[in-house]
Design a binder for this molecule. Sequence first.
Ligand code: SAH
Length: 242
Amino acid sequence: MRRALPLLLPLLLAVACHRGEAPPPPRAAVPGERERMVSEQIEARGVRDERVLAAMRAVPREEFVPARLRPHAHEDRPLPIEEGQTISQPYIVAFMTEAIAPEAADRVLEIGTGSGYQAAVLAQLVAGVWSIELEPRLAESARARLERLAVRNVHLRQGDGYLGWPEQAPFDAIVVTCGAEHVPAPLVEQLKPGGRLVIPVGPLDDQWLRIVEKRADGTTTSRDAFPVRFVPLRRAAPAGDR
Ligand code: SAH
């Protein structure tokens, strides 16, 4: 009994301190670090969409970072992955996901698969994700990772995402996770009327996260949310240069 006391004490205190409100609804058990990541970095900064928060709780971020960085997987920052690229900061992933207002029947295009983390988060929320990665080794390792994690509604392709994925267009939403000098025209074309596109735009030292909406008549409106720093969108070398 004496041994059990240290365990019981916090519980008794918690009960005693509870002022009679209904207990909070049960939450799916997730490792504490992920829960803290969501409440302290994401909810605290204003992401409110419950479906987005649930997706951020569900995807095991530690599976998407190099093994030696696993202890840092839930920290409030981007982390290096292979090929000199990065997995975005958790808050930025959540913000971009909320910004496209994902709906269950949506088909979403992502440019810059990287680790596959953003694609896996989107895959929790929409019918299908089509994601393009320029770097062959990253495309291959993301494919293996998503297969291992049994994420089945992400379709991957290696290539230059500037051009979009015309065979699968139009898309309800597009998420670009590398910084572009301008919004690529092919992506705007491949967006459905009423669709949303989120993209970092500008030079490396002055990039802003831009949210573009395509109206029913095909014209667009856009607003810049806040400054960001993404790795640059690179163009594939033309066939003749290879
Ligand atoms: N969404 C990723 C973050 C990737 S970082 C994640 O969740 O981990 C940006 C990625 O864009 C890099 O992997 C980089 O190789 C890729 N990239 C850069 N230019 C590209 C292009 N033109 N088409 C497709 N991918 C590109």
